[in-house]
Design a protein around this ligand. Structure first.
Ligand code: HAS
Ligand code: CU
Length: 551
């Protein structure tokens, strides 16, 4: 196998289209974040947005749907496409199939966007019934998921073709982990597929009278929890296999990395009840089982923390780093892609600690539905993941466009501002949550705000302002890079940073490259953890709740 593979211009364009749509979604979606924080701080700008945006809830729906669902899904399918091609060092087996999947996603996005923009679907990104959106919202989101599945089938065909050509060879890690992420996603999204097809779409079309709110929430969180790992795993691929190369080191252990990914496949899905601890329709015993499984999925993230940091330390020591902690300073902090991902990792540690707090039943009762939860999700998906993806674009966009990154020092400042802004914002949100502030509420208008919340609410606004500056800088850097007239010279071309493993990949045991046992285990665990409670809910299903429009 040749050491490097250069994507054809067609392939680069295809990946680039995914990124473009993802970035447009992020550009619009992030703007609403600061708007919400300013509202919390007492500066309500929504009245000025009236012709376009009718309410806080329409803004919040746009914010979360565009950022948490669209930015992530489009970026991830694009990045995984890149990693599958580059990792397997071969073109997609059926590029037309992948293109078809992509266009289904785009059509779905447009179909869902219309009702959101017309204030016909201000149901937030969790779209819990009995709040009822326009049918186009549900159909559009379903098409986005179906499109991503089709792209996934394209990966599987490509992998099978590669396997035939490379019998007995270990699947290169970046391709393996990408395919696993897609498999996990396809299993995970069965929950919302069932929710949309059997309940929400027929209901919104008037074919059935009502919904069963408890069953709908259970379907949703079947998908909603592993969704967070669908966001996280592509960042982990970068931390495990690309970042070490960027810091001049090697991947600490190919085997351990694979084991972590298999554990994510196994444990990502069967624990959605940790989002439903307060739901009356879920029996205690099942909440307990899902709590235990939640602590199990904590484990591969701990493995990740130790092995990724070990890879970073190895790289830093190769660069002359010394001391117990001083080696951290020897990391290439001048590289914005590295800085963004290191800072993302640091805040993600705190997001992980918060996750453990959330998962503990009795503490969850304190923080559930408070601003603590958005505090947590901004450390995880909005920093661990999003700031990492930003870091990845700092080499990927130059690679795809053949341009030089515009002003790397500005990109570096952007990463630091995201880090600082998020610390201010997220810390204040966590504390407010402990003080009892409800999430998803325009707190600036709430009549019950006690004086001790005020300083924290101001910090929320301050964090939002810093994040706004960071977001603007990010898009300026990317736009200036893409539109620059200067193409990178031969010597300045970006090399795709894929780290070698410290131990030869051939030493990775075969059981870590076999799908059948792991898939069987995954399906069995899901059946055990979800089968009986879902069966009960389906047996007692009553589609009686009429739709409400509360906005
Ligand atoms: Fe969570 C709620 C539990 C991880 C996202 N979570 C949410 C929601 C979102 C979300 C979006 O149990 C809100 C949903 C909603 O709208 O209602 N979460 C956990 C647990 C983990 C966890 C146990 N969450 C995530 C990740 C997310 C995410 C990842 C997105 C990407 N979460 C919960 C629970 C709730 C919840 C409850 C429900 C709360 C409620 O009541 O509503 C764990 O998987 C976390 C494991 C993480 C670690 C950290 C490892 C650290 C690493 C960093 C390495 C450092 C580096 C840098 C590389 C153990 C890997 C080094 C740098 C140098 C300079 C050296
Ligand atoms: Cu979860």
């Amino acid at each position: 196998m040749s050491e490097t593979y250069t994507l054809s211009s067609q392939e680069k364009k295809f990946v680039g289209w995914h990124l473009l749509i993802a970035l447009i979604a992020l550009a619009i979606g992030t703007l609403f974040g600061p708007l919400q924080t300013f509202e919390h701080a007492g500066l309500d700008l929504y009245p000025y947005m009236k012709p376009v945006i009718q309410s806080y809830y329409q803004g919040l729906t746009l914010h979360a749907v565009l950022n948490a669902l669209v930015w992530t899904t489009f970026f991830i399918t694009g990045f995984l496409t890149f990693l599958v091609i580059y990792g397997l060092k071969r073109p997609l087996r059926y590029p037309t199939l992948n293109k078809a999947g992509f266009w289904v996603m785009v059509v779905g996005l447009l179909v869902a966007a219309v009702p959101i923009l017309l204030n016909q679907a201000s149901v937030l990104y969790t779209f819990y019934p009995p709040m009822e959106a326009h049918w186009a919202f549900y159909v559009g989101l379903t098409l986005v998921v179906v499109g991503s599945w089709i792209e996934g089938y394209g990966f599987y065909f490509t992998y099978t073709a590669w396997r035939k050509e490379n019998a007995g060879v270990r699947t290169p890690f970046i391709a393996f982990a990408s395919i696993l992420t897609m498999v996990m996603w396809q299993i995970a999204t069965l929950g919302v597929a069932a929710e949309m097809l059997t309940m929400l779409i027929p209901w919104a079309l008037g074919l059935i009278e009502g919904t069963d709110a408890q069953l709908a929430r259970t379907y949703f969180w079947f998908t909603g929890h592993p969704l967070v790992y669908f966001w996280l795993l592509p960042a982990y691929i970068s931390w495990y296999a690309l970042l070490p190369k960027q810091v001049g080191g090697k991947m600490f252990s190919d085997s351990l990395a694979r084991l972590a990914f298999w554990l994510f496949l196994l444990f990502s899905v069967p624990l959605g009840f940790h989002h439903q601890y307060v739901d009356p329709g879920v029996p205690q015993a099942w909440k307990f089982i899902h709590a235990v499984l939640t602590f199990s999925v904590f484990f591969p993230s701990m493995m990740t923390a130790f092995t990724v940091i070990a890879s970073l330390e190895y790289g830093a020591r190769q660069r002359g780093g010394k001391g117990m902690f001083r080696w951290i300073l020897a990391l290439p902090w001048n590289d914005p892609s590295v800085t963004a991902q290191l800072l993302a990792g640091i805040l993600f540690m705190f997001g992980g600690i918060g996750g453990l707090t959330n998962a503990a039943y009795n503490v969850n009762l304190v923080i559930h539905n408070t601003t603590w939860v958005p505090g947590h999700l901004h450390l995880t998906v909005a920093t661990g993941v999003t700031l990492s993806f930003m870091g990845i674009t700092y080499w990927l966009v130059p690679y795809l466009t053949g341009k030089k990154l515009w002003k790397p020092q500005v990109a570096r400042i952007q990463a630091w501002l995201w880090f600082v802004g998020m610390i201010i914002f997220s810390n204040a949100m966590h504390v407010l949550g402990l003080l009892g502030a409800p999430r998803r509420t325009p707190l600036g208008l709430a009549p019950y705000v006690p004086p001790e919340w005020n300083s924290r609410l101001l910090q929320v606004g301050l964090g939002g302002a810093v994040l706004l500056v960071s977001a603007v800088l990010y898009f300026v850097v990317l736009a200036a890079t893409a539109w620059s007239k200067e193409t990178a010279s031969e010597a300045e071309q970006v090399e795709v940073p894929v780290a070698e493993s410290l131990q030869p990949v051939s030493a990775t045991p075969l059981w870590l490259d076999r799908w059948t046992p792991w898939l069987a285990g995954t399906v069995a665990l899901i059946l055990l953890a979800y089968g009986p409670p879902l069966y009960e809910l389906l047996k007692n299903m009553s589609l009686t709740s009429p739709g409400f429009r509360v906005w």
